[in-house]
Design a protein around this ligand. Structure first.
Ligand SMILES: Nc1nc2c(c(=O)[nH]1)N[C@@H](CN(C=O)c1ccc(C(=O)N[C@@H](CCC(=O)O)C(=O)O)cc1)CN2
Length: 283
């Protein structure tokens, strides 16, 4: 049986096309979703992601408000900007690109965003809703993108033995909660997990979000499993690779996401979905 290579570029484009239609319909009711995108500093990868978010807004018909602030921006200046945006009616969503410079307290900044405009779903209030299984508000973008990739590939989560490798607040923890809410049986692993390879070998569905290039090797995965790769690692030769050894694992898998072109593009598509949802919640 041939392996399904899950095409995140195509699926994310389908979602953006669906949203474009929805936004056209909303404009008939004079509702134009607005997203404030805040970048602090000069991180080259962050600049690319922020530009891609602005391009996606333009494609869909979401109005973007861009704030590119210098590296020396103080925490107070950033908090003041967020305070203004929290009160600006045309802005339905506020996004602060991470990572922030070290002198800025990330938790304090995320806490200052009004939860109703928290389209990244990073505010503790929204994180709390997810953790108690309330899934009708904002969903965290990368984890929700993973669920969407799985569903749109006609793969059932219910009853599957799901193993998540990584426990970050952005991916590992929330994706475990989303898989659980879809009735998966979930094990969350991390750097101190004992017998990690053995646990991965039992996974019907494996999510790798460790940030270590090609860490998951063929002998760690089950025959016929679903392999989802969240890693975006740049190698010395300039090439991108994931946390899963794609070439080594692909023939064993029933389905696998590539890097690039798998989970990554879904993050921005799901952010756009949250922006449209924010506009609906606020109008
Ligand atoms: N405020 C946020 N900050 C960060 C988030 C986030 O969701 N919200 N996630 C990441 C960065 N990120 C979006 O912001 C992001 C990362 C990767 C991709 C993507 O499309 N990756 C491509 C490869 C891109 C490349 O060539 O470098 C892929 O995997 O195909 C999109 C968005 C951290 N910060």
């Amino acid at each position: 049986m041939s392996t399904l290579i899950i095409d995140g570029k195509k699926i994310s484009q389908d979602i953006k096309d669906e949203l474009k239609k929805e936004v056209e319909e909303l404009s008939q009711k004079n509702i134009i979703p607005g997203l404030a995108v805040i970048l602090v500093g000069n991180d080259p990868a962050s600049k690319v992601y922020v530009n891609n978010k602005k391009k996606a807004c333009e494609y869909i018909g979401i109005k973007s408000f861009s704030y590119e602030l210098p590296q020396e921006t103080t925490e107070e200046e950033l908090l003041n900007l967020i305070d203004v945006l929290n009160k600006t009616k045309e802005v339905n969503g506020i996004l602060v690109q991470l990572p922030l410079p070290e002198h800025i307290n990330e938790s304090k900044i995320l806490l200052s965003i009004d939860p109703i405009k928290d389209v990244d779903c990073f505010h503790p209030y929204n994180v709390g809703l997810i953790s108690i299984g309330k899934m009708d508000g904002f969903l965290p973008c990368t984890p929700a993108g993973i669920i969407e990739l799985i569903k749109r590939s006609n793969i059932e989560i219910e009853g599957k033995n799901c193993v998540v490798v990584g426990r970050s607040n952005i991916v590992g923890k929330p994706v475990s909660q989303l898989l659980l809410s879809h009735n998966g049986t979930v094990t969350t692993c991390h750097s101190r997990t004992k017998e990690l390879a053995k646990i991965c070998q039992e996974a019907d569905l494996l999510v790798a979000a460790i940030g270590r290039p090609q860490f998951i090797k063929a002998d760690m995965v089950k025959e016929g499993s679903i392999l989802i790769d969240v890693g975006v690692n740049r190698l010395d030769n300039g090439k991108l690779c994931g946390d899963i050894d794609f070439e080594g694992c692909k023939d064993k898998a029933l389905a696998i996401t590539p890097v690039p072109g798998g989970v990554g593009p879904m993050t921005i598509a799901m952010l756009m979905k949250n922006c449209v949802k924010a506009a609906l919640m606020q109008n």
